[in-house]
Design a protein around this ligand. Sequence first.
Ligand code: FE2
Length: 387
Amino acid sequence: MEKRANTFSHCKFEVPEIIFGRGLLAQVGSCAKRLGGKRIFLVSDRGLFEAGWVDQVMRSLLEEGLSFVYYDQVTCNPRDFEVEDGAREYIRQRADVIVGLGGGSAMDAAKGIAILVANGGRIRDYEGCDKIHRPIPPLVLCPTTCGTGSDVSQFAIINDTVERRKFTIMSRCVAPDISLSDPDTLETLPDEHVCSTATDALSHAVEAYFSVAASSLTDVNALKALNCIAKSLVPAVKERRPEDLENLARASLHAGMAFSNSLLGIVHALAHPLGGLYDTNHGSVNAALLPVVLRYDLPVVREKLPELAGALGFQVARDASGAKERAQDSIESLLDASGATRSLKSLGVNREDFPELARRATKDICLVTSPREADEEDLVAILEKAY
Ligand SMILES: [Fe+2]
């Protein structure tokens, strides 16, 4: 069995300034002002406008005497042209600070716009690791879902509409200056998005924990995220109690800090090409893949299982017997109880595309930190099992 060693003996742990708490969205204006802003470029989407959160941010900016430009041409899985249009608008409007309010789409679009206004060119020029040479404008990101982690991460995921693929930009430059999470914003998040974004955070936490680049700093955050999700995912979906939604927002933050610094694994290496080809919901794809990938990885991550099972709420014997089954069963039952998607077929994925999806996944940056090697054949077998 091809177990990889953890070759990252030195660790760096990068996080933005973090502001977390209910009712704190009203502080966006003071954050933007503190970063030197006078004319703010606010990136969000129509759903959040209708829910009233965009209005709250606008009021906060006005109360600080700041003017703003509102850009809402952002859709699910942010497109390259939306980012490029946004950058032109930022320059035309002479804005000076960017605020991104929303899920991964709005926040990654805000990051993409920030990259382009400072560095020029096309957004796909920055695909890969450390391709950004000039610092981006000050950036404040406010997540409004339970899972993307983009508000603390060094990643942006953009949809290449010409080649129908998602690509990853990874750079310390794209981590924002400030992450501001207000769990109150989750109260207007539709039930299905509570579940799908929380299962994205669940994948982030599990993959970050098993990553070959994991460290004690990322582990503590991954385990905290798992603990919050195990306690609150099902009640948050079913009863929508504010304290459970807050716990999921906390999980998203901790999982984001973990994966931003340790990277991910096979679930995300496959989820990116699946999202590019089918424009499917990212969290739902992850929920279908995670149990299968976990089963694939478990034989090579035995020594980390007792703590994982403990974070999920199980006491495991000292010799770790039963930890493997506990970890697998508890994650599967969590997904089932929350009503998460469990098959790629139900998401409209076509089996004929499996070889191409596997080929693309072998080039995805997330595969680099998978705890277990996987070639195209292995990846097709995983897709088959998740179908
Ligand atoms: Fe994700």
